[in-house]
Ligand binder design. Structure first.
Ligand code: ADP
Length: 172
């Protein structure tokens, strides 16, 4: 699948599906979750209340309301506990489950924030290659483009390095 990197605010990014790095309650989050709820409007929280939460590494879909998207796909990333509590596999599962759900929903494009690297403290240099490799390995029926929307320059640089490492591995 085609992968793009973009530095900016995911609430302003136009894509068929926007991913939310949520918590397992799907309610009351900060960070990107808070920004998505503020931009989408109160109808998003009302719909989230009907979903009764989501397990870490899984994904659930809602409407996008005032966001420039058709759907929001909510996925609770793993909290970093040092790396021995299945964090890497759970993070990979977040990306895979979001991609599958978007593809099953007929989406052609999807935008992700950097899942788990904020409040959940997953190290960026470990998270970025997991994200990029999972996106690169996915082949969907409808889904053609995935964009990593990086909120700051440090995050953008980490994902750029992960893309470069994947390109180098393909050339070798
Ligand atoms: P988590 O709890 O999964 O760590 P956070 O929201 O704390 O989620 O952080 C995940 C990433 O989202 C961080 O890189 C943070 O800088 C970024 N982020 C915060 N607000 C936005 C936004 N409006 N658009 C894109 N990324 C954002």
């Amino acid at each position: 699948m085609q992968i793009e990197l973009f530095e900016g605010d995911i609430t302003r990014f136009a894509a068929d599906a926007i991913v939310n790095a949520a918590n397992t309650s799907l309610l009351d989050g900060g960070g990107v979750d808070g920004a998505i709820h503020r931009a989408a409007g109160p109808e998003l929280l009302a719909e989230c209340r009907t979903l009764h939460g989501c397990a870490t590494g899984q994904a659930k879909r809602t409407g996008a309301y005032r966001l420039p998207a058709r759907y929001v796909i909510h996925t609770p990333g793993p909290i970093w506990h040092g790396g021995h509590q299945n964090e890497a596999a759970l993070l990979q599962s977040c990306y895979t489950q979001c991609l599958r759900l978007a593809d099953d929903s007929g989406c052609r494009s999807i935008a992700f924030p950097s899942i788990s690297t904020g409040v959940y403290r997953f190290p960026l240099d470990l998270a970025a290659p997991i994200a990029i490799q999972t996106l690169a390995a996915f082949s969907g029926v409808c889904l053609q483009k995935a964009t990593m929307v990086c909120f700051d320059a440090v995050t953008y640089a980490a994902y750029q390095q992960a893309v470069q490492a994947l390109d180098d591995a393909h050339e070798a």
